[in-house]
Design a protein around this ligand. Structure first.
Ligand code: NAD
Length: 249
């Protein structure tokens, strides 16, 4: 309890899946969380659930399309106006397309790159000045094991998640003097709506890591939580693989 007491977090794509798990974990640890998503109804519902359980206004739903600078400006403003500042950003919003290089068209390529890559850059750019005002902060970028290894498909997704890995490292160097830590997390196969497109058997095959199962969203969330806390005060520019051993083989 209270590992994030007094901290304010913004979680992009916070309305469902891993982002929702992190919202619940963060509030349990004393943070106030802006749940920022294009899914307005889901964000509102999650905030209501969390606030009811906490008995206070600990979560605030905000409309955010991560590809739009104006939305980011408004979301960071909401953190400052409603909760007094911003200490933690989880760049979690993401979309998946499994097509390979040859099958991907320009529109599909741009859509993935805009959300998964440009969205992380914009979030970092707009959150950093707010964090500087608080004397520092923590930015956690959700990449993927597909940002580390190839698969033969998901071409734009791999390209976007690989870019997030290195954007993380250069941002860590840029913002170290401001006491803002920037790290990337690389989940393996996690049971969320994103992987609903795969049948259960296909999901099992994809999760054929040494641990032979897909993970619960909280199993990534606890790693993200650690990086968000001051317990990780000397951790920056690092990549945390959460994949049941998938990339170890
Ligand atoms: N599920 C997996 O197996 C897996 C594996 C590795 C990495 N990831 C990454 O984890 C992150 C979270 O995904 P998830 O598994 O919870 O999937 P999810 O589809 O349940 O959640 C993604 C969230 O991002 C939001 N989002 C999409 N486009 C957006 C936009 N333009 N602006 C704001 N929000 C937007 C969605 O509305 C949704 O709430 C993603 O970055 C994903 O690429 C997932």
């Amino acid at each position: 309890m209270d590992r994030l007491k007094g901290k304010v977090a913004l979680i992009s794509g916070g309305a469902r899946g891993q982002g929702a798990a992190e919202t619940r974990l963060f509030v349990n640890e004393g943070a106030r969380v802006v749940v920022a998503d294009v899914l307005d109804a889901e964000a509102r519902q999650l905030a209501e659930e969390v606030n009811k359980k906490a008995g206070t206004k600990a979560a605030l739903p905000v409309h955010l399309d991560v590809t739009r600078a104006g939305d980011w400006r408004a979301a960071v403003d909401a953190c400052e106006r409603e909760f007094g500042g911003l200490d933690i950003l989880v760049n979690n919003a993401g979309i998946l397309n499994v097509k390979g290089v040859s099958d991907t068209n320009e529109e599909e390529w741009d859509a993935i790159i805009n959300v998964n890559q440009k969205g992380v850059w914009l979030g970092t750019k707009f959150a950093a000045p707010a964090m500087k005002k608080r004397g520092g902060g923590s930015i956690i970028n959700i990449s993927s094991i597909y940002g580390l290894i190839g698969s033969g498909g998901s071409a734009a997704y791999h390209a976007s998640k690989g870019a997030v890995r290195l954007l993380t490292k250069t941002a860590a160097v840029e913002y170290a003097p401001d006491n803002i830590r920037v790290n990337s997390v690389h989940p393996g196969v996690i049971k969320t709506p994103m992987v609903d497109i795969f049948a259960e058997k296909n999901l099992k095959d994809r999760a054929l890591a040494p641990m032979k199962r897909a993970a619960r969203p909280e199993e990534v969330g606890y790693v993200v939580l650690f990086l968000a806390t001051d317990e990780a005060s000397f951790v920056t520019g690092a990549e945390y693989v959460v994949d049941g051993g998938y990339t170890a083989v």
